[in-house]
Design a protein around this ligand. Structure first.
Ligand code: JHZ
Length: 412
């Protein structure tokens, strides 16, 4: 059947993916990573069926929100954050320490005590709320919240959004949201929920990996279906303003490859110079131009090819290679590179919920410990490199070497 030119334009417009914040057509592609299963969907057996979904990131050239192209797949929020979601924040000691320091800082800065209420959205296993000295509760849809309950923390086992916020009788003084903003399909409604639940004098803080680092440091492995958005202050500020929230402070953090922590209120706090400084930094880096994103695919391909070169060389020399950290990002790397257990026979992880399972796509087994000393340990969770190398000190003393591939292949 032939379409007229007008029909064809209408058809193309209907199929054109739209920005999840501002609805502008998405025309700029940052990267296409082919197709793979959801990164945290570990398999119970090596031969069970799994569904692969296209994984492509587009950038909105109006509000500069980078986002996975959800027009390519039908994957509901609760199919990604299932009851058996295996990510437990407390597995990393350095992350728990980071949370503790944040709570101490926020209590001092905003003078919080038992008269106040803290709400954490995406409270996981209670890694942060366990340190809070105010009244508090968490909102966590996955079963990781059961661990928080064991610590005596109240948890709503739900997805957060405006509907939840509307139902709460008491408004919050502090709302915390770490590494969750990227995970929500309806980012406008999610942020609206903070606007509703926050007191007029309240503060909401958010941490998220900074898109500036993602692009400049080739962190393509942090792209997976669970992450709907890849965030800059430029995009976040605009989204927040559309929901009545003002970003009044921003800090750079070394966590997860370089993150931002932003502070928002309903206009109670005047913006500090840090906000303009960060916007200028993003502007100077070129984040508001298509060129900034144009070499990203090439950079990812180089990392992938170098990694494959290393694995193939090691195999041909008869050297033993193992992985450490069954991180979601590890699965993006392994699946994009097409690595299977012939090149990486197993990955060790301390998370009980991951042990004995098989990585999505690659079907590489996850073990609780090393069955023998490997010549090389590929640290897939490179964001915890120091902590992991410290933990594996005995292997290093006995001669094992450590490999990271982001931002470039390094062996130490
Ligand atoms: P990790 C996480 O992504 C989760 P992931 C989340 N999707 C997110 O948004 C980003 O961070 C920012 C293991 N480990 O955190 C635990 C040990 O076994 O790098 C984990 O399986 N022993 C919400 O999943 C993995 O490594 C250890 O000593 O890509 C780390 O996963 C340590 C330190 C970690 O990222």
């Amino acid at each position: 059947m032939k379409h007229s030119e007008r029909e064809q334009t209408a058809l193309t417009t209907a199929l054109q993916p739209k920005c999840r914040h501002c609805s502008s057509p998405l025309t700029l592609q940052m990267i296409d990573l082919g197709a793979c299963p959801p990164s945290n969907a570990l398999n119970l057996s090596q031969d069970c069926k799994e569904q692969h979904y296209p994984l492509r990131v587009l950038v909105c050239t109006d509000c500069w929100l980078a986002q996975t192209d959800i027009s390519l797949f039908k994957l509901d929020h609760d199919e990604l954050f299932t009851k058996d979601y295996p990510y437990y924040s407390s597995t990393s000691k350095s992350w728990v320490e980071h949370a503790k320091k944040f709570v101490e800082m926020a209590s001092d800065r905003f003078m919080l005590d038992m008269r106040h209420l803290t709400v954490e959205v995406g409270s996981n296993d209670g890694y942060l709320l366990q340190f809070v000295k105010t009244r508090c509760y968490g909102v966590e849809p996955t079963q990781t919240g059961e661990k928080a309950k064991e610590k005596g923390i109240a948890v709503y086992p739900l997805f957060f959004g405006s509907e939840f916020a509307e139902k709460q009788a008491e408004k919050a003084d502090l709302m915390v949201c770490n590494n969750v903003l990227a995970h929500v399909p309806d980012i406008n409604d999610f942020v609206k929920g903070f606007s509703i639940l926050l007191k007029d004098s309240g503060v909401a803080t958010f941490e998220f990996p900074h898109l500036l680092n993602l692009v400049q440091k080739g962190q393509f492995d942090t792209i997976y279906h669970e992450h709907y958005s890849y965030l800059s202050l430029t995009a976040v500020k605009r989204i927040f303003e559309s929901q009545g929230l003002t970003v009044f402070d921003v800090e750079e953090l070394p966590t997860h490859g370089g993150s931002l922590r932003i502070y928002a209120s309903k206009g109670f706090y005047a913006p500090l110079p840090s906000v303009v400084a960060m916007l200028e930094k993003e502007g100077k880096a070129g984040m508001w131009t298509a060129e900034f994103y144009s070499d990203f695919q090439k950079a990812a391909d180089k990392i992938k090819n170098d990694f494959m070169g290393f694995l193939l060389d090691a195999k041909s020399m008869g050297l033993k290679v193992a992985g450490f950290g069954a991180a979601a990002k590890g699965n993006t790397l392994l699946n994009y590179a097409g690595v299977r257990s012939d090149l990486l026979p197993y990955v060790v992880d301390n998370t009980i919920a991951k042990q004995g399972k098989f990585l999505p796509g690659s079907r590489i087994p996850v073990l609780p410990s090393f069955p023998e000393r490997p010549d090389y340990v590929v640290i897939l969770a490179w964001n915890f490199k120091e902590e992991i190398i410290g933990k594996l000190e005995r292997l290093r003393r006995e001669g094992s070497k450590f490999v990271t591939v982001i931002p470039r292949l390094e062996i130490c």
